[in-house]
Write a new protein. Sequence first.
Length: 319
Amino acid sequence: MQQPSPIQAITDGRAGNLRQAVALARALQPGTIARLALQPRAPWRWAAPRRLPGSDQAYGAEFSTLLETPPALAIGCGRQAALALRLLRQRGSAVVQILNPRINPRHWDLVIAPEHDNLRGSNVLTLQGSLNPVTDDWLAWGRAAFAHIGQLPGPRTAVLVGGPTDHAHWDEAAMSACFAQIARQVRAQGGSVLATTSRRTPPAVAQAMLTAFASLPRVIWSDGGDGTNPYAGLLGWADRIVVTPDSVNLLSEACATRVPVSVLLADSARGRMTQFQRSLRERGRLLTELVPVSNDQQPIEPLRETGRIAAEVRQRLGL
């Protein structure tokens, strides 16, 4: 019989969910992590994480096979993964759910949720922001893997662009003005721009970014045609980071570095995003203005929650 994997990361395949699940799994078990991208089927995907009759068939053949050889520990992120974890727990796996499942946390061994979700319980671990892989070693790897970025003149401004959401509904014109302001600062101070977009970035916004930074020393990754995503290199080589206001993941990873972080169009944030950004400002980790890089910058304490959460998971589960 096939031996079960010690740790399995389970998600719906979305990049942000996969990144959090794998980050925690690697903090617990360095090295290659087994991953499963679920294939949700109707009607179960509509009800997840609530169970319906026949839920064992909810996620395709690969998940059905996993149920036959359940891992010692399954880590999931997102609503679809939450149901998959419930099914694995019935088969003997210890399960850790990342993000609020929107039903009672008692269905999982542990639930990890950001503080701004306001979820509490005896088996709930809270953190500021989101889980991510950013450590000093990860940043050093990024510098080594993308050494050519280090040849650009400093100070280097990394620009991380997401896309408008219900929690931060900014528009193209306002963001284009922000890009122009960054370009003016770089021209005045010298240096270069390291920019990247995400899958959620509207094409018009990506084009506005390319236009604004066209005359500057730069590295820009804006779609699959730009080759390997140099994201780790952008964070590793940055002297300051500027982030759009819509993504907890982007803000968390930027703030896990040791350089100043500014958020663009902070006033467009709503609800949980407002609460999260306020907590970062109170911590002294987030600026709401585009402050030029200072030569006498004081040491910055990075926001790194993944190691702390991993240690608590080990203790709670006896790993």
